[in-house]
Design a protein around this ligand. Structure first.
Ligand SMILES: *[C@@H]1O[C@H](CO)[C@@H](O)[C@H](O)[C@H]1NC(C)=O
Length: 320
């Protein structure tokens, strides 16, 4: 009997997602009906480049009320003028707000919240895409060369500083954003949503990216737990493999960088990733792997770790 139940459970588990994707969108997504595209109030943390910038363009194109936030003033100005052209229409020029600031800075985020309260009386959608990369094996960061040297105080101290910078960019930022905006979202939106652009590295450990991966994992689990604590908010986590663009330039462990294996055509197009992110928010999807098949690579890691580790070594050109 117990066996019968578990087989049934397993079949249901396998078949339900397939049935779900076959249903027409209007049957299971009510967000667009509740918040028309032209009324959606969206903030994008990390809009000055990469996927965040592309998402700003997607939202601008469909007429959203948009607030772009980033650290780099010049790039931010470019994004704003591109968005303003796309928003167009009557009063379009007033729609795009810009705030230059750091999402791990409490004062910056409070200033942003005050502005949103004044301009929009609240918000509907928070997009968290900002983050920093790290590119080197941990012992390189510690200044250890070969097997015959030990780590020095300076070396260990350096690792601590790099880890603090990675934590700030990849964990404290999403943390401050959540604490600042969750209450405002809950009280001011008919259909509040938060999207986190995480990384496949948060689930499948990559060599040379230990600090990046572990800090991204921290914010992913944070948002997964928050989504249980706040069931009225739709949390979406995007788990992408490598995306095109120059995210590597944000590395907080600058130094000699190992050449990666040249796997052209395997990087994701950031314009397409951005479109998929917006769709995921509209549909209230919880977790989106990009490419979709990576959902299974993640499971495979627990079943056959040696295979996935070998693959990771090849991808990051880390042969020992
Ligand atoms: C990414 O995709 C868009 C279409 O969605 C296309 O216009 C653009 O050229 C692509 N970029 C690259 C680098 O392939």
């Amino acid at each position: 009997m117990a066996k019968g139940v578990s087989y049934f459970g397993f079949t249901l588990f396998a078949v339900l997602p397939i049935l779900f994707t076959l249903l027409p969108e209007r049957l299971w997504s009510r967000r667009t009906a509740k918040i028309p595209h032209g009324e959606e109030r969206v903030i994008i943390l990390g809009a000055s480049s990469g996927v965040g910038r592309e998402m700003a363009l997607v939202y601008a194109r469909r007429g959203a009320r948009l607030c772009v936030v980033g650290r780099r003033q010049e790039q931010l100005n470019e994004v704003v003028s591109e968005c303003e052209e796309l928003v167009g229409g009557v009063g379009g020029k007033n729609k795009v707000l810009r705030v230059s600031g750091d999402f791990s800075n409490v004062e910056d985020m409070l200033r942003l919240r005050t502005l949103l309260g004044m301009e929009w009386g609240g918000l509907d959608t928070v997009i968290v895409t900002a983050g920093v990369s790290t590119l080197r094996p941990l012992m390189d960061v510690a200044g250890v060369e070969g097997d015959n040297t030990i780590s020095t105080q300076t070396g260990i101290q350096n690792v601590v500083e790099v880890a603090a910078a990675a934590t700030r960019g990849n964990y404290i930022g999403p943390l401050v954003a959540a604490v600042t905006f969750i209450p405002l979202l809950s009280s001011s939106s008919r259909c509040p949503a938060i999207l986190l652009v995480s990384s496949l590295a948060a689930l499948i450990p990559p060599p040379t990216r230990s600090l990046y991966a572990s800090t991204k994992a921290a914010s992913l689990v944070l948002y997964q737990a928050l989504s249980i604590e706040h069931p009225s908010i739709a949390f979406t986590n995007i788990i992408p493999a490598t995306i095109d663009g120059n995210f590597r330039a944000s590395a907080v462990d600058a130094g000699t960088v190992r050449r990666e294996s040249n796997e052209k055509g395997r990087v994701l197009n950031r314009t397409q990733v951005a479109k998929r992110c917006v769709l995921a928010v509209d549909r209230h999807e919880k977790t989106v792997f990009l490419p979709g098949g990576m959902r299974f690579a993640h499971i495979l890691y627990w079943v056959w770790p040696a295979l996935v580790e070998w693959r990771a070594r090849v991808k990051y050109n880390f042969q020992i």
